[in-house]
Design a protein around this ligand. Structure first.
Ligand SMILES: [Zn+2]
Ligand SMILES: [Zn+2]
Length: 128
């Protein structure tokens, strides 16, 4: 691993909030000014391919990166501020009957729970 890659990996390891590439770049750039956003994108892509991190799309408009690959988990998404947290709760496995699977071999499923985070719950109501 190059120093840049290690720095990017470290920035992600400490993050519980599923940062975007831009967020990772901000953290990394504070330590290594010379790291470009392009390098961060490429490195996150490589780490995802290697299975070191997981890429996550929960409909917030950007790809997020998740260092928690050991424990299968679901996600809580704040519909107001877009915060994404891990939901570590054992849910019954979702099983699709063979005849409903449209011929797909289904490997995995995640459930995304949408709601309001604690900060947004206490904030003033959004305009309608
Ligand atoms: Zn929120
Ligand atoms: Zn996660």
């Amino acid at each position: 691993m190059t120093a840049q890659r290690q720095c990017i990996f470290r920035a992600l390891q400490g993050a519980a909030d599923h940062p975007s590439a831009e967020t990772v770049h901000r953290v990394v750039a504070a330590e290594m000014e010379t790291v470009s956003l392009k390098t961060v994108y490429q490195t996150l892509h490589d780490l995802t391919e290697l299975g070191e991190v997981a890429a996550l799309d929960v409909g917030t408009g950007v790809t997020l990166f998740d260092p928690n690959i050991e424990a299968p988990h679901h996600h809580l998404v704040c519909r107001r501020c877009g915060t994404v947290r891990d939901l570590a709760v054992a849910l019954p496995e979702v099983r699709i009957p063979e005849e409903a699977s449209l011929g797909y071999e289904i490997g995995s499923a995640e459930i995304v729970f949408r709601g309001l985070c604690p900060d947004c719950r206490t904030a003033v109501p959004a305009p309608a």
